[in-house]
Ligand binder design. Structure first.
Ligand code: MN
Length: 194
């Protein structure tokens, strides 16, 4: 059984105002993440997934054609926990390790924005490490790098529920604000200790 209390918000709900309102943060965390957790608990009860941790559920369900809904809910729990950990009042300074990998901080930002702009419908943008290189990739719906043996470093939620109250149709401005003001680079850097 998973419990929302085990996935506490790692910042205050007002920390990201005006880029992300307290309402957006609370509804996103308490209601959206809360519902994915409640659904997952219902679906895994009495199945072989009941005693697995979140990553085990995701990896096993991705190859199980009868477990698509379990995959979706487990992946969304993982994705949201990771996303909330990426959020914090940022200063826009891209760490040197990423500037070096992408040929400049501006190139990193440009590529992240370009991948985000190409996401059609609901999905996520990720900075991942594939074992050799950093890459910026998108996943659709609930899909997650964990299912593709990639290591997540940073993510941005591009589902409408993540930004619509604050930005309405202006998704590109939400992406810009994320990159400039809403990334906890300390957490991101902690994911690059290989
Ligand atoms: Mn979301």
């Amino acid at each position: 059984m998973f419990n929302l209390n085990d996935f506490p918000l790692p910042f205050r709900d007002t920390d990201l105002v005006p880029y992300m309102s307290a309402d957006t943060v609370r509804i996103h965390h308490d209601k959206h993440l809360g519902t994915y957790i409640a659904n997952l608990n219902k679906m895994i009860a009495g199945t072989k997934y009941a005693n697995m941790d979140l990553r085990e559920i995701i990896v096993n369900a991705t190859n199980d054609s009868n477990a698509q809904k379990i995959f979706n809910n487990a992946a969304q729990v993982f994705n949201h926990e990771f996303f909330f950990n990426c959020l914090g009042r940022g200063n826009g300074d891209v760490p040197d390790i990423l500037s070096d990998a992408f040929g400049g901080a501006d190139k990193f930002i440009e590529q992240f924005k370009s991948v985000a702009a190409d996401v059609f419908g609901s999905g996520w943008v990720w900075l991942i490490h594939d074992g050799k290189n950093f890459q910026i990739v998108a996943t659709k719906n609930a899909d997650t790098p964990i299912a593709h043996k990639q290591k997540p470093i940073l993510t941005l939620d591009l589902w409408e529920h993540a930004y619509y109250l604050d930005w309405q149709n202006r998704r590109g401005e939400y992406v810009d604000a994320f990159l400039q003001f809403m990334i906890d680079w300390k957490f991101v850097l902690s994911n690059m200790e290989f």
